[in-house]
Design a protein around this ligand. Structure first.
Ligand SMILES: Cc1cc2nc3c(=O)[nH]c(=O)nc-3n(C[C@H](O)[C@H](O)[C@H](O)COP(=O)(O)OP(=O)(O)OC[C@H]3O[C@@H](n4cnc5c(N)ncnc54)[C@H](O)[C@@H]3O)c2cc1C
Length: 507
């Protein structure tokens, strides 16, 4: 969660996990020529985009350009739950493998495929009720935060402005508010979903409770197409934003001190620590950052930063702190404080959008119940710095969860990882969406070396919203002891496995 506009511009996401290779749909599906697309077009209030249509190249894009190589037979832009039901029934009737897409950020490419893409990015309502807020699956973080500002309400979001609830909330949802206010999915009150038979159901603690349980951490693309999320808002309309950079030669001390600070101050501090190399050419110096939000008095944050510097034995190279409305805090986090909300979108999403897509990402992450310290941390930093390769952007990200996210029981929702204090990942953004074999080989070797150091110290678990197609035991890694119950829910709600991807429940 240390993503910054500058890094997005350099070809990818910073604090997010990655993919290894494009995902292919598991079913063969109907051939496009035999599919009666006009029938679907006639039923949709939204638009159907087919390969011959002028907007097709844009319509098939995800956040990572690598997946442009996947060519859906059709993209159905759904504007209502009835549109979604029509698209699902049409896909079923025509044996079309189907993927659901909201914000298109999945780093393994699971929100696209060679059949039908059910796109719900246009279902983006943000409705404020007496005690809850309703969000459409396509309401991007930046849009939702802006819409909620006049109501002095906020929600848990991550650090990318264009990530949507469709994937974010179903997978868990980690942000700078998480240590204090919990996971996004822990604040879910109810959700509406179109199931594989086209029916629309509401899931809550009292209605379809098993589905409601599964939707909070089970991950997107498994049980149905979510068309509405009802969440508990956060009554914290302001926060203290801070951004600091630190000398590379004090990285170990700084990361250790930041982890201890995060553990001690979980109720007020929401932050991440990152080591970055914008260009991994030999001779360049990594940048070390600590950024985030603080949910207490600015003076207390300033004192915390002073203590961090004292413990690390280094003064920050830069330090900016400002008490702001929460949406403005996040505009800083996004690196969008100098641009408009409209400009703070991915290129292609509107005419003014300025955030470029990434080329290809190669990243691996693990969850940790204790800090990474001493010789293991030193070895990780050394591995990060080794084997330089010009043109690649590298990151080592340390994200704090802890606090409120650890209070529910492991089986209260599908999110198993209640012991997690830190999410740590290492990765590289490659400029080309089609990396050369040499690029792939050197990047894999480099990522593997760093991951190989941290992996044995982790809980052995991973976060489904940062998918990792190289995990052999992904069922255990993402879901631990909740996996068997997730399979039961899957069998009850999608017995034909209509909603699937390479690591979907029950596959
Ligand atoms: C720059 C960047 C920063 C990020 N930072 C964070 C962060 O700080 N914290 C964090 O927790 N995560 C973060 N993520 C990861 C993010 O939460 C996941 O990628 C999330 O799944 C994206 O959801 P989406 O709807 O935007 O993407 P999509 O690719 O559209 O969807 C992701 C998955 O959910 C499925 N899905 C999408 N919509 C629906 C729906 N309506 N119903 C059912 N299934 C659906 C898709 O089929 C796919 O499998 C970040 C990602 C990026 C790119």
């Amino acid at each position: 969660m240390i993503s910054r506009r500058s890094v997005l511009q350099l070809g990818g996401a910073l604090a997010v996990a990655g993919s290894v290779g494009a995902a292919a749909p598991s079913a063969q599906g109907a051939r496009s020529a035999t599919v009666p697309w006009d029938q679907l077009r006639a039923r949709l209030r939204g638009d159907l985009v087919l390969p011959a249509d002028s907007g097709y190249d844009l319509a098939k894009q995800l956040a990572v350009a690598e997946y442009d190589a996947i060519h859906p037979q059709g993209i159905a832009y759904c504007e209502t739950p009835a549109d979604v039901a029509s698209a699902v029934r049409f896909a079923q009737a025509n044996s079309l493998p189907t993927r659901t897409r909201s914000g298109g950020h999945n780093f393994a490419g699971w929100s696209t495929g060679e059949g039908l893409v059910v796109d719900v990015s246009r279902i983006k309502h943000v409705k404020v009720g007496a005690s809850t807020v309703r969000l459409g699956p396509g309401a991007m973080s930046v849009e939702a935060l802006t819409a909620l500002k006049p109501y002095n309400r906020q929600i848990v979001t991550g650090t990318c402005p264009t990530v949507c609830p469709g994937g974010f909330l179903t997978g868990g949802g980690i942000g700078f508010q998480t240590a204090r206010y919990g996971l996004g999915s822990d604040r879910l009150v109810s959700a509406r979903a179109v199931l594989a038979d086209g029916s629309l159901v509401t899931a809550s603690a009292t209605r379809e409770p098993d589905l409601f349980w599964a939707l909070r951490g089970g991950g997107g693309g498994n049980f149905g197409v979510l068309v509405d999320f009802e969440v508990l808002p956060i009554d914290q309309p302001r926060g203290v934003y801070f951004a600091t950079t630190w000398p590379w030669d004090k990285a170990r001390e700084l990361v250790e001190a930041w982890q201890q600070w995060s553990l001690a101050d979980a109720d007020t501090l929401g932050s991440s620590c990152g080591v970055l190399l914008f260009d991994a050419a030999p001779g360049t110096t990594p940048m070390v950052t600590v950024n985030g939000g603080y949910w207490g008095a600015q003076a207390d944050l300033e004192a915390g930063l002073d203590a961090l510097a004292a413990q690390a034995g280094a003064q920050p190279l830069s330090r900016s702190v400002a008490e702001l409305p929460y949406d403005e805090v996040m505009m800083h986090v996004y690196g969008c404080d100098q641009v408009t909300v409209k400009q703070c979108h991915r290129v292609g999403q509107n005419d003014e959008a300025t955030i470029p897509r990434g080329g290809a990402l190669r990243e691996r992450h693990r969850l940790f119940d204790k800090p990474l310290t001493g010789s293991a941390l030193a070895a990780t930093l050394a591995a990060f710095d080794a084997d330089r390769h010009a043109g690649h952007t590298r990151f080592l990200g340390f994200n704090h969860l802890g606090g409120a996210s650890t209070r529910p029981g492991r089986t209260d929702t599908a999110f198993w990882h209640r012991d997690t204090q830190f999410l740590i990942g290492i990765g590289a953004a490659l400029p080309s969406p089609t990396p050369s074999a040499e690029d792939e080989a050197v990047t894999k070797a480099w990522v593997d070396r760093g991951y190989g150091i941290i992996d044995p110290l982790s809980t052995g678990h991973s976060y489904i919203n940062f998918p990792d197609e190289r995990l052999e035991d992904w069922q255990q890694a993402y879901y631990g002891g909740n996996y068997d119950r997730l399979v039961q829910v899957k069998n009850a709600y999608d017995p034909g496995n209509f909603f699937n991807h390479p690591q979907s429940i029950g596959s």
